[in-house]
Write a protein that binds this ligand. Structure first.
Ligand code: GDP
Length: 472
């Protein structure tokens, strides 16, 4: 389907071209280089391969089932401002000191690992909030296995709580609710659970499947039990990795330290990273000179689900960049250089995200099945009315999906969610706030603003029928 879009022909035609070559393919199948060249030739195109074969091979090493071992879950904490995300992360950081080790976690490296009394381990991303989570996802990195969503029991299910829920759901990441601040006289955990139930999010106590636990991030009450529930959720996910291979994972953060050079915190997701390994991280590369854990202790190796900060890269990769270890330095350098060039070319050439103008064409090509929309409005009534009307526009060919709706201005976080989920943003009587407009331009996200419900519905309808007149 990708190659069909590039050549501007229907997916069906490409599939039948393959069939005439004796190759049965589905829409989402990847074609090998030779087939690609032949198929393109059928339609009068010549293929220019710009990504190296090496790159393809490093990203698709598949482990044999017998080599896989259970790995610790990687957890992100999200929720509304002031509901206690930082307090929870701090409490866990302080209390879970590995037996026999003096001192807690002193370094802030963007992620940390903890070990529970029973020996089970887990890793936390130390940047609370869904912005960081979704920014990574927008770069194609799925690091989080489980999301803890903190809700203050003396408050309510707030806009950012709802956002966090939407972001976790859009990523397909299971949620465990932490109903926080139960030490407070004014707290009312049942009210929160009732509110969640009214949003179709049934927690266990309410006969549902979503785990939740009442906690106090301040006194530590219930935190241990909360973490046990996270581990239970992890068991269901059957998280596995192969420690006996070259490491691969994701960059969490990176910066330039005056004395030490580029310091990058990475999260190993598969394999084991060792000192002396040649690392390729996004558009950067280098040999691992030193590694430190979150306690500032030098380590020689880091296995699956372990965060470490490393020295030795020739630059600062971006959060969300993937990293992998290669056999030799030359290879790592070459690929990094090629990626940098490809990145420069692509940022000039391609439009990455869907726009309203393009929907009709893409539907006609038959490779576009779901239209994701983020809807922001000034009042609840109009948001609900538009949601209903938009959903009714769904047809057999295309499903209209409101992945997030809320009252309020269009925020940077909306843009990031749109970028991660390839969505368009529709604003009703609201505008982009702060840097949202700038970010939307950078991420090439289509934002449409309306003040008449009828106009919004008609534009979407026209777009889906491929009849939208271009904006002047
Ligand atoms: P964040 O914005 O979600 O990271 O929230 P913080 O962790 O910064 O917490 C906001 C405020 O709530 C701080 O003043 C905390 O001390 C307070 N707080 C957090 N958790 C609790 C709790 O369990 N009980 C009480 N009483 N206060 C808490």
């Amino acid at each position: 389907s990708e190659v069909a879009t590039m050549m501007d022909v229907s997916t069906t035609k490409v599939i039948s071209a393959c069939m005439s070559l004796g190759i049965m393919v589905t829409m989402n199948q990847r074609l090998d280089a030779e087939t690609l060249s032949i198929v393109a030739d059928e339609f009068g195109y010549e293929v220019d391969f710009v990504t190296s074969d090496i790159e393809e091979s490093i990203e698709e090493v598949i482990d044999a089932p017998e080599d896989l071992q259970t790995r610790a879950p990687i957890v992100t904490v999200m929720g509304h401002v002031d509901h206690g995300k930082t307090s929870l992360l701090d409490y866990i950081r302080k209390e879970n000191v590995i037996a026999g080790e003096s001192g807690g976690i002193t370094q802030h490296i963007g992620a940390y690992g903890v070990q529970l009394e029973n020996g089970q381990k887990m890793a936390f991303l130390d940047t609370p909030g869904h912005e960081a989570f979704t920014a990574m996802r927008a770069r194609g990195a799925q690091v989080t296995d489980i999301a803890i969503i903190v809700i203050a029991a003396d408050d309510d299910v707030m806009p950012q709580t709802k956002e966090a829920i939407s972001h976790a759901q859009a990523a397909g990441v299971p949620i465990v609710f932490a109903i926080n601040k139960v030490d407070k006289q004014t707290s009312n955990p049942d009210k929160i659970k009732e509110k969640l139930a009214s949003m179709n999010l049934l927690v266990e106590d309410w006969g549902g499947k979503i785990q939740s636990h009442d906690i106090s991030a301040k006194t530590g009450l219930g935190v241990k039990e909360l973490l046990e529930k996270v581990l239970l959720e992890a068991e269901i996910l059957e998280l596995k990795a192969n420690p006996d291979r070259m490491a691969a994972g994701t960059v969490v953060e990176a910066f330039l330290d005056k004395g030490r050079g580029y310091v990058s915190t990475i999260l190993v997701q598969n394999g084991t990273l060792k000192i002396g390994d040649y690392v390729l991280a996004g558009r950067n590369s280098g040999k691992v000179k030193a590694m430190q854990d979150e306690r500032g202790k030098n380590v020689k190796e880091a296995g699956p689900s372990t965060p470490v900060s490393i020295l030795g890269l020739d630059g600062a990769p971006q959060a969300g960049d993937k990293f992998s270890v290669l056999e030799d330095e030359r290879e790592a350098k070459d690929i990094a250089a090629k990626r940098a060039q490809l990145h420069r070319e692509q940022s000039v050439r391609t439009q990455r995200h869907i726009t309203l103008d393009e929907i009709g064409r893409r539907i006609a090509l038959g490779d576009f099945k779901e239209l994701n929309i983020i809807l922001k409005g000034d009042v609840d009534g109009s948001v609900e009315a538009l949601t209903d009307s938009f959903q009714k526009l769904s047809t057999e060919e295309i499903h209209v999906n409101i992945i997030h709706k809320a009252v309020g201005a269009i925020t940077e976080s909306d843009v990031l969610l749109a970028s991660a989920s390839d969505a368009i943003i529709i604003g009703f009587n609201v505008r982009p706030a702060g840097n949202a407009r700038m970010l939307a331009d950078k991420e090439e996200i289509d934002i449409r603003m309306y003040s008449i419900i009828y106009d919004a519905i008609n534009d979407l309808k026209d777009a889906m029928e491929g009849m939208l007149s271009p904006v002047m």
